[in-house]
Design a protein around this ligand. Structure first.
Ligand SMILES: NC(=O)c1ccc[n+]([C@@H]2O[C@H](COP(=O)([O-])OP(=O)(O)OC[C@H]3O[C@@H](n4cnc5c(N)ncnc54)[C@H](O)[C@@H]3O)[C@@H](O)[C@H]2O)c1
Length: 433
């Protein structure tokens, strides 16, 4: 039996668990693993039956979690389910469901609402409920709390604890994981914060108390917006540095030697993933409800959103300098995921770049060690299986993602013409963004 949980009767068994994780994706699954490692009993609930079946038979669907990790989790008692009836009596529930944008680029809280309704049906006195999904300030208090209170007739802060704790997971980062990344926690009330800090203290070396859930929600969006804006700054600088004949990467390298007051950000072909292109929209949406825009975010979106088009233009310009039209040119894209050394393709700018190049007549091929197939607008793009041969054969190679698997020196030696969007390759045939 857990600290708070009165055990429930399910199918004749009395089951109680320390933690229920709702949403077993990039965020929820690492959380479930860390909690299992820390000795907690953990159940995961996910609507995706394929993921659930995969996990229960030892297969991971998340890049940072291996099948061996899943085997360890299962051996420690972890199980996944797609059925709310099978979750037992959790002492703590953490919600890690997606927060996408609607067609009108507004926050889409459907998954948060539906997961919260599930929790409302499970809620009992003494339980701790935490939202980890990235969302705008006020969501925990204005969206999650009313659903829980209505469904359970219990009161947050009195009968159960409610908190927000932003996930800071950095996919592919070998140095920072859940344990050694400080965890920000904001409670609906101070006692809610105490309960959440007690829970995360078992999984994380350092827990940071926010004044309330709203500040914790804002902290996450501040972090993401800060990156978004600084990336936009260097992307805009990359465009005019090229025209001014300045090597911006070298300028950044020099500026980064300043031991205070400067943090380097690097230009690239556009922003991908969830945290940078999607999440700041949650904040600008909330600001717009006040009757004015969040101008920094909107400008950053405009600049970063322009980068794929800029890459396609630079490709055409480079080929033109070598007396070749883009139409009919063999163009090889290297690295189509949104981030180095990960398989995740969400919002990857490679997609827009590929579309633009193809619509201008390029004969497109791609290579990515993490991507076996890459359909674009319903049409598949040819995969270059023999990278070395394809690099030598292409009229233009575009390095979009500098995955560690790539031998950049060899690529620099063999490519006839190379557009390097990552500032990694120097050489007579290589051009920077
Ligand atoms: N991926 C990241 O690097 C990252 C980092 C920080 C924060 N976040 C935030 O964390 C949240 C989750 O992101 P993610 O990357 O883990 O998403 P994901 O798509 O990888 O996983 C979410 C999972 O939730 C499941 N799900 C959806 N609705 C459900 C419901 N009602 N009940 C049960 N399961 C449900 C889906 O089937 C999916 O498996 C988002 O708000 C995201 O912005 C993500």
């Amino acid at each position: 039996m857990t600290r708070f949980g009165a055990p429930v009767q399910i199918g004749g068994f009395r089951l109680s668990v320390d933690l229920l994780v709702i949403g077993l994706g990039y965020v929820g699954l690492p959380l479930a693993r860390e909690a299992t490692k820390s000795g907690l009993s953990v159940v995961g609930l996910d609507l995706n039956r394929d993921s659930v079946a995969g996990l229960n038979s030892g297969r991971s669907h998340v890049g940072d979690i291996s099948d061996a990790d899943i085997a360890e989790m299962l051996a420690s008692g972890f199980r996944a389910t797609a059925s709310e009836a099978d979750v037992g009596a959790p002492a703590t529930v953490v919600i890690c469901v997606p927060t996408p944008l609607s067609a009108a680029s507004a926050p889409d809280l459907t998954a948060i609402r539906s997961a919260t309704e599930t929790v409302g049906r499970l809620l009992r006195p003494g339980m701790l409920v935490v939202l980890e999904s990235t969302t705008y300030p006020g969501t925990t208090d204005e969206v999650v709390r009313p659903i829980l209170e209505r469904a359970s007739r219990l009161t947050a802060g009195l009968d159960f604890s409610l908190a927000f704790s932003p996930e800071r997971i950095d996919p592919g980062n070998p140095h920072y994981g859940i344990r050694n990344t400080p965890k920000v926690v904001g409670g609906q009330t101070p006692s809610c914060a105490d309960a959440a800090i007690g829970f995360y203290g078992k999984l994380c070396d350092r827990v940071v108390r926010a004044r309330s859930a709203r500040e914790a929600e804002m902290a996450k969006l501040l972090e993401n917006t800060y990156r978004h804006i600084n990336i936009a700054l260097v992307n805009e600088m990359a465009i005019f540095s090229h025209e001014l004949g300045v090597d911006l990467w070298d300028a950044i390298r020099c500026a980064a030697t300043k031991p205070f007051g400067f943090q380097p950000f690097y230009p690239g072909p556009g922003v991908g993933g969830h945290c940078i292109p999607i999440d700041p929209n949650y904040l600008s949406y909330k600001v717009r409800t006040l009757g004015y825009p969040f101008r920094f975010v909107e400008l950053a979106q405009e600049i970063n959103g322009r980068m794929p088009g800029y890459v396609a233009d630079r490709a055409a310009e480079l080929l033109n300098d070598h007396a070749k039209p883009l139409k009919g040119a063999r163009v090889l894209l290297l690295g189509v995921t949104y981030k180095k050394d990960v398989a995740d393709q969400r919002e990857s700018p490679a997609r827009m770049i590929g579309r633009k190049l193809r619509s201008r007549g390029a004969d497109l091929a791609y290579h990515d060690p993490y991507v076996a197939e890459w359909p674009l607008g319903g049409q598949s793009v040819r995969r270059a299986d023999d990278v070395d041969a394809e690099v030598a054969r292409a009229d233009l190679v575009i390095l979009l993602q500098d995955h560690s698997a790539y031998d950049l020196d060899r690529i620099a030696r063999t490519a006839r013409l190379l557009l390097d969007t990552r500032g990694r390759i120097a050489g007579p045939n290589a051009a920077a963004l």
